[in-house]
Design a binder for this molecule. Sequence first.
Ligand code: NAD
Ligand code: UDP
Length: 317
Amino acid sequence: MKIAKRILVTGGAGFLGSNLCERLLKENHEVLCVDNFFTGARSNIATLMSNPGFELLNHDICIPLNAEVDEIYNLACPASPIHYQQTPVQTAKTNVTGAINMLDLAKLLHAKILQASTSEVYGNPAVHPQTESYWGHVNPIGIRACYDEGKRCAETFFFDYYRQHRFPIKVVRIFNTYGPRMSLNDGRVIATFIVQALNGEPITIFGDGNQTRSFCYVDDLIDALIRVMDTDDAFTGPVNIGNPHEITIANLAQLIKELVGSKSAIEFRPLPDDDPRQRSPDIALANSQIGWRPVTDLHEGLLLTISYFDKMLANNR
Ligand code: NAD
Ligand code: UDP
């Protein structure tokens, strides 16, 4: 049986954070959710608020934090390009200063800390699929750099704190993840296409639609995060977590249109700067270290997500 712990989740009111808080509470842990509500929503954690094991702190992780916890999941950071590019300086600070503050707390407590890093550390990758040994291809001064370079710098701090102070760290490189609790105006491709298809609005493909991504359903991702946290102290990562099933954005648009039964037109818009051409995780390391592979296929995960957005839109009408 697992021992109940007190666990800090930064970004706990966001898409992944709220799903993680819910899962940790189900496993009988106490959860301290820290969020500044930049992209998070109170509605994401509404059902958790009455749980006596759940505590919410409205706090920006760029400011140092004192708390008594056994483990830290550092998820705070806007993840959608439209959101992280809205206030890029704040994004870079959240990634770097925020990570330093959480590392200082982990060091003080000798607590285990997991960093939600990203496939964006590989940039527009020249190696495909991406393995953890690939150092990436990132534009350091482009519009995505506040996020990509911020996350890369956070990884550097994680490993330097580890080398210097020897408390347990885990670095997880998360690939595109989707599912319930993404917001209606999230801006990321699956949320956007589903909302457009349900509303009968044009589905907006950026570029020619031949760029690829590989999408992981949220429950699979959360399962992997907890398994990585539970590895012994010798395992630091970085480890890729994602679903290797790769699809073009044009095919994704078509699939969502069909699953929704929508008559939406398809419209092509300019491709944003530095948009990666292809992305797919090599998950051999995750498979060998934590015995994990995703179990929800894209079709099934999209149906669950469509049903979620359908209810959200109905509530908003
Ligand atoms: P999200 O935008 O839904 O959630 C981020 C949360 O962090 C929000 O609740 C936001 O209010 C909060 N936040 C932002 N800045 C903060 C600050 N300075 N202090 C406190 N809280 C702050 O994004 P998400 O999809 O849930 O992503 C969570 C984490 O996972 C992020 O670190 C992201 O980089 C990483 N990640 C996500 C994906 C994905 O596909 N979802 C892929 C790669 C990495
Ligand atoms: N995209 C798109 N239409 C949209 C939103 C995104 O064609 O309305 C494309 C985007 O250009 C990218 C892919 O979908 O090639 C994934 O975008 P997202 O923002 O979800 O994630 P990221 O680019 O960070 O992987």
